[in-house]
Design a protein around this ligand. Sequence first.
Ligand code: 2HG
Ligand code: ZN
Length: 449
Amino acid sequence: VDNNQLAHRLSALVGDAHVLTDPALKASYETDFTGRFTGRSRLVVRPADTEQVAGIVGLCRAEGIPLVPQGGNTGLVGASVPTGTEIVLSLGRLTEIGPVDEAARQVTVGAGVPLAEVQRRVRPYGLAFGVDLAARDSATIGGMIATNAGGERVVRYGTTRANVAGLEAVLPDGSVLSRLTGLPKDNTGYDLTGLLVGSEGTLAVLTRARLRLVPIQPRRVTALLALPSIEQAITALTAVRALESLELAEFFLPEGLSLVMAQTGLPAPFGAEYPVYLLVECAGRQDPTEELAEVLDDADILDMAVAVQASDRHRLAAYRDRHTESINAEGIPLKLDVTLPLDEVAGFVRDLPDLLPKRVRPILFGHLAEGNLHVNLLDVASSDEDAVSETVLRRVAAAGGSISAEHGIGRAKAHYLSLSRSPAEIAAMRAVKAALDPTGILSPGTLLP
Ligand code: 2HG
Ligand code: ZN
C-alpha cells in the first residue's frame, strides 16, 4: 500500500486527526530528545485504546509494514525512533487511570500515562510508584516498562520489573494478551509479563499495566556529601546501606557539577571543589536524619549539606538531576549507560580518560548503589564513535559489568549485544522474537541486530 492508502485505512481506525503525515507534525516523533537519533517515518498514528492498537498492528502485519511503538520518546538508545520505512505508533493517548486499589496497593494505568501523572494520582492515598527518574514529566509508563527503567530509587524498590504486577499488550498478530488482575501469587506457567518488561518494543505493543504501589514515607532527609575519592564514596555507601530508610545514592563528579552550575545558574554547593559528590536520601515514618548522621560518623567526608524541607531537598537533588539537560546544552553526547561490580567502579573511572581520544570530555554520574555509571562523552568525532563505544564497552564487559544498566540496547548497542550476552542467550532471544513476531514488523533493528 502506498502512503495515501495507508493513511486512509488508518484514519478509518483512529480518525483523521490522529494520523500525522505532515513532516512538521511528525518531526517531534522522529528525533530523540538528545538529537542523536533521528530518522523518517512513513506516518505517525495515535490510537486511543487497545482495540485501535490491535487494529493498527493487525493491518501492519497483513501489509508487512514495520512499526515502532513510542511512549514519551525520552529513551536514550534510539529504540523509539524510526529509520525510514516504519510508522510510529504513539501510545500517548492511552491515558486512562483506573481506581486505586488501596488494599492490594495497585492501580491499572494506560501505557501513555506519564510517570509524574501516576504519582499525582496515587499520592492522596498515601501511595507512590516506586520507580522515579529525572524524565518523570514526559516518560510514560509504557516506555518505562518496555525499557525496564531503573532510575533513582532502585536501591530501595528495584527496577520497573519489580513494580509491575501485570500487563495488557497487543502481539504482532493483533491478538491481545491481558493479565491485569495483579494477583501476587499466580504460578500458571511462563511469566509473559516478565518477558515483555524490557523487551524494548520488539515483542509486543504495551497498552496497559497493573502497577504495584508503595506507601509514601513521610519523613525525609537529603544529604550531599563531598568525598575524597570513589573508594571513599563506596565506603560511605556501604555505611548508609545499613539503613532500611535508604532510598537514593547518586554520585557525580566536579566536571558534571560545573556544567550544571553553568547551565542552571545554581550556586556552588560548597566553598571548594571536591573529587566526588554523593547524594543520599533516606525516608521513613520517623525522621531519619539522626540515623543517617550516625552511620556516616566514621566516613571520610570532606564537606556535607543536609536538607529536610522539600524545597531545600529539591535544590540539592537538582545538582544531580539536571546533569542530562546540562550536558545536552554543551552538544550531543555519546551516551554509554553501563554497570560495573562495585569494586570495579573506581578503577574504571580512573582508566577511562586513557581509553578515549584526547579531545573527548567524559562526564560521569549515576546510580552508585547499582554501580550504574552514565558515561556521557562530549566532543567525540563522528568517525570515532564506533571505536570509542566499542573500547569502553569492552572494558566494561572485561570487568564483569553490563553494557546496558537501565537504558536498554535499542539501536545504539545492538551490535555490541554479544559483549554482555552469550551465543546461547542470543539464540534463545532470537527464538522468542521469531515465535512472536515471525515477520519482524516490530521495531526492526532494535535489540537484536
Ligand atoms: C538519569 O539517571 C538518566 O538521569 C539519564 O538515566 C542519564 O543522561 C544520562 O546519561
Ligand atoms: Zn539513570
